[in-house]
Ligand binder design. Sequence first.
Ligand code: ATP
Length: 211
Amino acid sequence: MIEIKLENAAKRFQYEWIFRSLSLHIPAASKWAITGSNGSGKSTLIKSIAALNPLTEGSVAYSFENQSISADQIYKQLTISAPYLELPEEFSLIELLKFHFKFKRPLPDFSFGKMMQEMYLEDHQNKAISQFSSGMKQRLKLGLCFFSDVSLILLDEPTSNLDEKGLHWYLSLVEKYGTNKTLIVCSNDPREYIFCNNIINIEDYKHKQSL
Ligand SMILES: Nc1ncnc2c1ncn2[C@@H]1O[C@H](COP(=O)(O)OP(=O)(O)OP(=O)(O)O)[C@@H](O)[C@H]1O
């Protein structure tokens, strides 16, 4: 299981500091929400945690079962779902599952059939992703995250495009498959981070001076 430490982390775009002096210890299997108004920096922080976005100052360190992991290897331990990360539209559902699970191990005993059933997509195996509704695409993005055998799941606005039933379906995924994993959710909707006992408001780190 993965442990993450941010020390005095700061990110600046041009002349604007998005966050500063952010030090965090994210223990294995903990559940975190990153909150803040639109444009405050939630996605910027989650991308920095995923090592997709280099910090301007400070550091982020990862360890897996007490062994340190370098930032360029961390992608193997995580999955991420976000509105700005597109699915490959030209693939059919079954092609995409085969592609994704060439790189990530599925959870034990998880066949593609079981995954499609859990996502309520079993009737769409040969349909192109480009023909999926936005809710179907969102269920697929979340399914790829939760059915992968990783220890860190990063979710940016996990219930965007999902209706009330979809929200409950998402919360059931968290309950069934999220227990032993670290989950970090960027959100302004308390219903989608109800299970998180650690909350960071990114706006609290906007004007802090670095040490
Ligand atoms: N690559 C970039 N280059 C320059 N500025 C950027 C870049 N990415 C984000 N920003 C800026 O950083 C700030 C924070 O953006 P970010 O997307 O992290 O906010 P957010 O809290 O996730 O917003 P939302 O709730 O609207 O999704 C914004 O002012 C945005 O314009």
